[in-house]
Design a protein around this ligand. Structure first.
Ligand code: NAD
Length: 402
């Protein structure tokens, strides 16, 4: 089967890489020339563990291009372009433009929408292109994207002849939900909103723990998570959810629901609780730091990625700068320069620079530096260090000493 993948970001590149590694003939297209040039030179434009090994493997049959012309002979074309949030609503223009470009050249293919889109989008694209459109949302986690795409918890496909796409993913041996376009589209939003709600829920309980001597959210969450009805995943208190998905997807589904006169109160509250996390962290820092010179560990929105979209850490750094803090920062993979802050080359340099240390991203690597932080003032916004080992420790969800 001849496959095309449109949009070679975190989702498209992994989809293209995994399918070509499985033996499919894949053409990947992106409008970003830099990306294509890098890929042609066997270099990845993003950081994603394990992706290089599969995408540039001799086993993979994959061709990268900037030209939609190259999609003329493709039978199945996955669309994995951005669906950003504009004024809290989903911006479908990238999906629409990509679909129109495909249909102007290829009248026989099936379009598969892998981007996260609100219910009704596949039908809209069908109307615009006269092509069959199958919905196949992606559930992978950045940082684990290759593993998740090879071993997904489930395959969700919707629309006419959706079995074609279910068959493409059959090698994963994962359970498949074959349904309508609209169900498939909504499953993605309901899943992301539920996970975001779980995070906001545990962050609210963390706020409560901070007021109760003897309470620790880590223990409370562990005790809750052992109940299989609750589960231990996404029950980690911290600085809140960021990244390219949860913030925009929760807003998109809430405003989509509003357009149908339905109020998603829980989702809206989850967003509000999340939005309060930065100010909450600022208060902790103001109360605990010895002065305004501060070292922040972590910039990525979570561990194992270079993605800083909607990163809470980045937002916190900007808020600190706005409040006249002198910020030094370090991230193992994000090399972005932040205006009015100093980027350290190593974690050791960052820790040595100031008395006040903030842990903002949960990179496991930072645990290795616990010993050299023992005598510092540590504000652990991700609860990754052992609070008993650090003299001056303040952590999210940790109550006053009883
Ligand atoms: P991304 O921004 O990393 O990549 C999108 C790519 O599409 C970019 O390289 C861009 O240049 C390209 N592009 C834009 N318009 C194009 C066009 N007309 N033709 C060809 N290429 C074009 O985005 P992403 O993180 O991979 O997300 C893509 C979609 O998948 C979004 O809807 C997102 O919500 C969804 N999603 C993302 C994740 C994730 O973890 N990143 C997980 C599940 C679902």
């Amino acid at each position: 089967m001849k496959i095309g993948v449109v949009g070679l970001g975190y989702v498209g590149l992994v989809t293209a890489g995994v399918l070509s590694f499985q033996g499919y003939d894949v053409i990947g297209i992106d409008i970003d020339e830099n990306k294509i040039n890098l890929l042609k030179n066997k270099r990845l434009p993003i950081y994603e563990p394990g992706l290089s090994e599969i995408i540039f493997s001799d086993k993979s049959k994959i061709y990268f291009t900037n030209s939609y012309e190259d999609l003329r002979d493709r039978e199945i074309i996955f669309i994995a372009v951005p669906t950003p949030s504009v004024n809290n609503e989903i911006d479908l223009s990238y999906v629409v433009n990509a679909s129109k470009s495909i249909s102007s050249l290829n009248k026989n293919c099936t379009i598969v929408i892998r981007s996260t889109v609100v219910p009704g989008t596949a039908k809209k694209v069908m109307g615009l292109t006269n092509l069959n459109v199958i919905s196949n949302p992606e559930f992978m986690r950045e940082g684990n994207a290759v593993y998740d795409t090879l071993h997904p918890d489930r395959i969700v496909v919707g629309g006419k002849n959706a079995e074609i796409v279910a068959n493409i993913w059959r090698f994963t041996n994962s359970p498949a939900i074959i349904t309508t376009n609209e169900n498939a589209e909504l499953i993605k939003y309901a899943s992301n909103s539920f996970l975001a709600t779980k995070i906001s829920f545990i962050n609210e309980i963390a706020n409560l723990c901070e007021k109760i001597p003897g309470c620790d959210i880590e223990i409370v969450a562990k005790g809750m998570g052992l109940d299989p009805r609750i589960g231990d995943k996404f029950l980690k208190a911290g600085l809140g959810f960021g990244g390219s998905c949860f913030p925009k997807d929760t807003k998109a589904i809430a405003s989509f629901a509003e357009s149908l006169k339905v109020e998603l109160k829980i989702v809206k509250d989850a967003i509000e609780v999340n939005d309060e996390r930065i100010q909450h962290a600022m208060e902790m820092i103001k109360e605990s730091a010895a002065n305004k010179d501060i070292s922040v560990l972590g910039v990525a929105f979570k561990e194992n990625t270079d993605d800083v979209r909607e990163s809470r850490s980045l937002l916190l750094i900007k808020e600190l700068i706005k409040n006249d803090y002198n910020v030094s920062y370090y991230d193992p993979v994000v090399k972005e320069e932040i205006e009015n802050a100093y980027r350290c080359k190593t974690a050791e340099e960052c820790i040595a620079k100031n008395e006040n240390i903030v842990i903002a991203t949960e990179w496991p690597l930072f645990r290795e530096y616990e010993r050299i932080m023992e005598n510092k003032i540590v504000i652990d916004l991700r609860r990754i260090l052992d609070h008993k080992k650090i003299k001056n420790y303040r952590g999210v969800g940790l109550g006053p000493k009883s």
